[in-house]
Design a protein around this ligand. Structure first.
Ligand code: ATP
Length: 431
């Protein structure tokens, strides 16, 4: 019977077949130890020369790293380690004998590994990260559905930029001129809330800024959520609930993966235990200046500022109510302070940086139009967006979370390029 390695505990004493790849092997005299992986986990198959046919013994000896195979054997519990199982092999069928595999079990440089990304994905470390990525995505979908959000995806080809065109990739688009690859689906889901109330999109977005940091990709996956009849305060609550739901899911479902990554789970557990910290932008700048940062009022926070502000915090930190001068036109002006907008950035702990950007949106037609004009944006391109304020405008708010930033934090990985199967950065387009 073919089983997945993750289900092996239920088959102790039984004969099963595992199909997968040879991760590693060693032999000592009349015993061969094959470490198999099938995507759900890893298991060691023990081949004893005296207990198998000469063909199977010979097959065990000829297997190369990363060959694909099916191993049939009896499941046994490891004599010393709890919850570890082995396969006492009775038969081996080689499916695809691998040529000499370029990635050996030793240190390789990052460029070499990135050039071989299509193969590097098979390593234990990348396997663990891919699975954590899946858990983060699934947690997002589940949480949002529980909160009555409906998935309504946004287009990737767009005619205009959400916030100007300087950081956009352009592509020729038939007779219609230039199209731009979307950097956020927000404006579109703002339209969809008037149909379904609360909605989200989840897909790739593109940024043409020349950021060469460990936190920037040129193509990354973003989930934008938007909700009708939600103001700034509730927006923050939803974001905190979502982040906690992701952390909870990773802790519940990904212990083997966290162990592979040697990722200490304690800081993640602590995130669940108290409310997230909140600073206004003004409080954050004052605190940063006290701590020695040279940031001035009216400036965006740098990476170092974000790290400084969160270094002693066990929980992520919201920075809310930023100067309107450095934020986009669609953010609602704070009724209590016309120089500020009702927005937030959520800064993760452990050096993870900004993971969410959100705001309540301007829902007043005249104010929105005046801000579009003041910023010199092409009014005609925003006609449909203005319609949303013409026909049954409602208070609403939303936010965008960067999937890879979240995965990077959960997995405790230093560089974001490991958090997406095939990363695109300013100097990498292949494989
Ligand atoms: P940053 O200041 O870190 O460059 P941003 O202010 O441009 O980010 P937003 O436009 O608010 O970010 O995007 C929403 C979220 O998308 C961010 O909070 C972050 O999680 C993620 N994100 C933004 N840019 C990138 C990028 N280049 N690569 C990966 N994730 C990103």
């Amino acid at each position: 019977m073919h089983i997945f390695i993750r289900d092996v505990a239920g088959h102790v004493g039984g004969s099963v077949t595992v199909k997968g790849w040879l991760y590693n092997s060693r032999s000592s005299g009349s015993l061969a130890f094959l470490e198999l992986r099938d995507g759900t986990g890893f298991i060691q198959a023990v081949v004893a020369k005296d207990s198998v046919s000469p063909e199977t013994w010979q097959a065990a000896g000829s297997l190369t790293q990363e060959s694909s195979l099916a191993v049939t054997g009896i499941v046994s519990a490891h004599p010393k380690k709890i919850n570890v199982f082995e396969l006492q092999a009775t038969e081996i069928a080689i499916i695809g004998l691998a040529q000499e595999y370029p990635i050996a079990h030793k240190e390789h440089g990052p460029e070499f590994l990135m050039d071989n990304r299509h193969l590097w994905l098979r390593s234990k470390r990348q396997w663990a990260i891919l699975r954590i990525r899946d858990a983060v995505e699934t947690a997002i979908h589940d949480f949002l559905h529980e909160e009555n959000f409906v998935r309504t995806d946004s287009p990737i080809f767009t005619p205009n930029a959400c916030e100007g065109t300087t950081t956009l990739f352009s592509v020729p688009y038939f007779d219609l001129g230039e199209a731009y690859l979307s950097q956020s689906g927000q404006l579109y889901i703002e339209a969809a809330i008037a149909s379904v109330g609360r909605c989200y999109d989840f897909g790739p977005v593109f940024r043409a800024e020349k950021s060469k940091t460990k936190r920037h990709l040129t193509e990354f996956w973003m989930m934008d959520a938007e909700a009708a009849f939600v103001g700034h305060e509730e927006n923050l609550k939803i974001q905190e609930g979502l982040v906690k739901a992701i952390v909870r899911r990773v802790l519940e479902k990904c212990s083997p993966e966290l162990a592979v990554l040697e990722r200490d789970a304690a800081p993640l557990q602590a995130v669940l235990e108290q409310a997230f910290t909140r600073f206004t932008y003004d409080e954050a700048v004052a605190k940063l200046q006290q701590m020695g940062s040279d940031i001035k009022y009216g400036e965006d926070l740098g990476n170092d500022d974000e790290s400084l502000l969160t270094e002693d915090s066990p929980v992520p930190v919201f920075i809310e109510k930023w100067p309107r001068t450095i934020k986009p036109f669609y953010m609602r002006i704070d009724p209590e302070n016309g120089a500020r907008v009702l927005n937030d950035d959520l800064i993760g702990i452990e050096g993870s940086g900004e993971i969410i950007g959100g705001s309540e949106r301007e829902n007043d037609f005249d104010l929105l139009l005046s801000r579009i004009r003041a910023e010199g944006l092409p009014e005609s391109e925003y006609a449909w967006y203005l319609d949303l304020r013409r026909y049954g405008s409602v208070p609403h708010a939303g936010f965008g979370i960067g999937l890879e930033r979240m995965v990077r934090w959960m997995a405790g990985v230093e560089h974001i390029r490991e958090c997406i199967p095939f990363p695109r950065t300013i100097n990498r387009l292949r494989p």
